[in-house]
Design a protein. Sequence first.
Length: 317
Amino acid sequence: MNTTEKVIFEQFPYWEKAIGANVKTSGEELLVFVGCGTSYNLALSLAAYANMAGRRAIAAPGAEWLNRPSAFWPEWRKTHIVALSRSGETTETVAAAKASRAAGAFVTAITVEAESALAKNCDRLIAAATHPDEGIVMTVSASLMVLLGLQMIGQEIPASLVSSARRLADALDAALPKIIEDRSHFVFLGSGPLFGVALEGALKLMEMSQIMTQAFHPLEYRHGPISLVDGQTAAIMLYSSHQKEAEIKLVEELRDKGAVVIGFGGPGDIEFAVDAGLSLAGLAVLPALQILGERAAQARGIETVSPRHLTKVVTLA
Ligand code: F1P
């Protein structure tokens, strides 16, 4: 077992420690979830969850918020920035936090590095300890930042979610790599808060295995991207309750065109029950998506401990 795989399966005790942290925030300001790479994907998901919980929220990539916040929100100086960064050192995220703060915004940092530059340049720090062996590929810390972000917006995380997530990762793993054998095009589909999670599944698999991946809102997929579907395609459908019938029809269409479909919370060539409602499903499926990336990489003989062209932190001179 390599370190990436070990860390994915050893992440659950870190969840348990972070559950129940007293991090809930109140306030009427617009929440702006900001991050880069994986942290931006998580920001997208958390912004959707925040809106669903009755808060007002948007998400922006670090550099975009740094350079043109007014393209996202005209009154950007009066916002509450929630900067997400595993390392707390990513240049654009730290600079965005500093600039927003200097302009009058309140900045909360969500990180696993309590001594980082981001932690030192925020008004409120929300941090959790992560697995010491986590490498370049972001796994346990991604899950932890979602968990902390959900708690920040007032979502309670039941202890049972930890075993649900673990079971899901184990169940998918038992079907891997067979179910994705010979597939070289991966498509992740998710709606609402699951869109950011779909993007994260796609990014994870791409950076781990060097396979081309895509992510879409499910019903967007017919509007062009479906032209790529053939017998090389594996589609991962993150079902959501509010449009499940439409998603089932889409999956039927994808299968007719040759795709193999992994269904989380609904039908596919293989189906996994998600033992959590939509408000927690994004977190519940993350470890399963992480192990999917690892197994796809292993099937291609690619080592994920030092993925090609990647570094743990992107710092710009
Ligand atoms: C985020 C990030 C990762 C990516 C790479 C470089 O960093 O962009 O998503 O996989 O390893 O860093 P952070 O701001 O969360 O530390």
